[in-house]
Design a protein around this ligand. Structure first.
Ligand SMILES: [Zn+2]
Ligand SMILES: [Zn+2]
Length: 157
């Protein structure tokens, strides 16, 4: 039994100028509590949903780009709506085959279940994590456990 919705699924920015479609299941869903994500979301943390680029398409509008320089020096392009500013997806470094959707922009967010939390060392002090959430002090060096946790959750484990 899969806990995923039927694909394709769609999403878009707050004003509707930018729309996208995802044709196949994501690779994982996690949260990031780094201070950059707090700033970028104007909130406490971000949700991230890496997907295969071949499964993802922008169906309306043209995203604008801001080149974010991470603490490591890596440049991570951020794609957002030029009209309302909603950040829709980012281009992960060294990952030409994937993009990371900001899944709060999905039309239906009810099924989302982050299985891991990154940068818990800078999480806001009131944030609590469920027992089954894989926690990382910073960025995980190995993404495989996150993908495994995601797969287990999808299959109902
Ligand atoms: Zn917009
Ligand atoms: Zn972050």
């Amino acid at each position: 039994m899969s806990r995923l919705p039927a694909f394709p699924i769609e999403g878009g920015c707050a004003c509707g100028a930018l729309r996208y479609r995802l044709n196949a299941p994501p690779i994982a869903v996690y949260t990031c509590h780094c201070t950059d994500c707090q700033k970028l979301t104007a909130s406490a943390f971000s949700m991230a949903m890496p997907v295969f680029r071949k499964d993802f398409e922008v169906t309306r509008g043209e995203p604008a780009t801001w080149l974010r320089k991470a603490a490591s020096g890596t440049v991570i392009p951020q794609r957002f709506c030029p009209d309302c500013g909603t950040r829709i997806f980012t281009e992960p470094p060294g990952g030409p085959h994937s993009v990371t959707i900001r899944p709060g922009t999905l039309d239906d967010t009810g099924w989302l279940h982050p299985v891991s939390a990154f940068w818990v060392s800078s999480a806001q002090p009131w944030v609590r994590f469920a027992d089954d959430v894989l926690q990382y002090e910073k960025q995980p060096t190995d993404f495989m456990p996150v993908m495994k946790a995601w797969k287990a959750w999808v299959e109902g484990g």
